[in-house]
Design a protein. Structure first.
Length: 256
């Protein structure tokens, strides 16, 4: 049952609204449009950097706030800024561990990126789909806001290294990737930094944990076990089910 009067609604992208890595189903787009018309402030919060959110949204919802890099980037009124970056020392230590475990990675700067992973890795196809950025050497990035390991000889040990360095680490076992963010950065922490503390949220993965836990009305898309008992509602990872849940939220939104 939906009991929320919150007028900010936060959506994760991959596995929540987007199921093919590239597009959002028209039924979901229509439901989100209805949500916006009902007076909801829209926020899209993703592990993707802002650069890679834009092609998926494909020009829709230009007034939405974007949170990228699991909270390390925000875009408000079209202006992208880095709000968390890796310190030189911690990045150096992480790179030493990557070398030890022969890791391939994607390192994101505020806009451009460095890639050392396999050319045919599935993640590579989701990087800079819009051709908006440059692939550069790591040393050319003015700062690193997000670090994604896509292969390594010991992923578990590498994840533990990041945790020991005080980073936020999301080890996605289903995709065999590790997402590193600076310090305690996450989507919920970025959202609160924007002054939002009363909101609805839709998410599907472990990097949505705090976002869903602190939502007035949280919706888990799919059945990720790490989110058991966290969200108020669980819906199938299916465009029709997600669209229906968004529409149900709109239906109970009180008049402004």
């Amino acid at each position: 049952m939906i009991i929320s009067a919150a007028r900010t609604t936060v959506f994760d992208i991959d596995g929540t609204l987007c199921f093919d890595g590239r597009t959002i189903d028209d039924r979901i787009l229509a439901a989100v449009e209805d949500c916006e018309r009902a007076g909801h402030r829209l926020v899209f919060a993703s592990a993707r950097p802002v650069r890679d959110l834009l092609p998926v949204l494909d020009g829709a919802f230009p007034n939405a706030t974007l949170i990228g890099g699991n909270g390390s980037l925000v875009s408000v009124d079209g202006r992208v800024r880095a709000r968390a970056v890796f310190g030189p020392g911690e990045l150096r230590e992480l790179l030493v561990a990557c070398d030890r475990f022969r890791a391939g990675y994607l390192a994101d700067g505020p806009w451009d990126y460095a890639w050392t992973g396999p050319a045919d890795h599935p993640v590579r196809g989701r990087v800079d789909q819009g051709g908006l950025a440059r692939r550069v050497d790591l040393a050319e990035l003015p700062a690193v806001v997000k670090f994604l390991v896509v292969d390594a000889t010991d992923m578990v040990a590498l994840a533990e290294t990041g945790r020991a360095l005080g980073m936020t680490v999301n080890h996605h076992l289903d995709e065999a990737i590790i997402d590193f963010a600076p310090g305690s950065t996450n989507k919920w922490e970025a959202l609160t930094s924007l002054g939002v503390d009363h909101y609805n949220a839709f998410g599907n993965d472990i990097n949505d944990l705090d976002l869903l836990r602190n939502a007035h009305h949280g919706v888990r898309v799919g059945t990720h076990p790490g989110l058991d008992g966290v969200a108020r509602v669980t819906v199938a990872a299916d465009p029709a089910a997600v669209a229906a849940e968004i529409s149900a939220l709109v239906a109970v939104t009180p008049a402004a």
